[in-house]
Design a protein around this ligand. Structure first.
Ligand SMILES: [Cu+2]
Length: 136
């Protein structure tokens, strides 16, 4: 019976190859998860800030959010009821102060930067929040 050891030998080779395949799949998987982790760590370099911005209507919302979306800002969401804006930005490209200034430049006061009278005067009449108008 010469075929038996041969058979075992082949089975052994196949099994070794199978486990090698599994190992290489595992190693490949490990490698990819590390690269994904590395990319994820890189992309995680963002900061979130929330501060008060004065405004009263949907037009204000668009104006404030557009102004806040300067380079490096990934998300800007202003809520007229709470008067708060939430921004997500990359601290490598910009900072919170720059966002305050950009919003003030289009006529809206923030809790740190007041809009100039000139910028405020450019606002639409229904957006004149300093006149004691209700949020609408
Ligand atoms: Cu408005």
């Amino acid at each position: 019976m010469f075929w038996l050891p041969k058979f075992y030998c082949i089975t052994l080779i196949i099994n070794t190859m199978k486990s090698f395949k599994k190992t290489s799949i595992f190693i490949t998987f490990l490698f990819f998860s590390f690269s994904i982790f590395a990319v994820g760590a890189d992309k995680k370099k963002v900061e979130t800030a929330e501060f008060t911005v004065s405004g009263i209507c949907g037009m204000c919302e668009k104006r404030i959010e557009n102004a806040a979306l300067i380079k490096g800002v990934k998300l800007a969401e202003w809520n007229k009821q709470t008067q708060k804006i939430k921004v997500i930005y990359s601290p490598d490209k910009t900072d919170e102060k720059a966002i305050h200034q950009a919003i003030a430049a289009v006529g809206h006061d923030t809790e740190k930067v007041k809009a100039t009278d000139e910028a405020y005067a450019q606002l639409h009449d229904c957006c004149k929040y300093r006149e004691g108008q209700e949020v609408h």
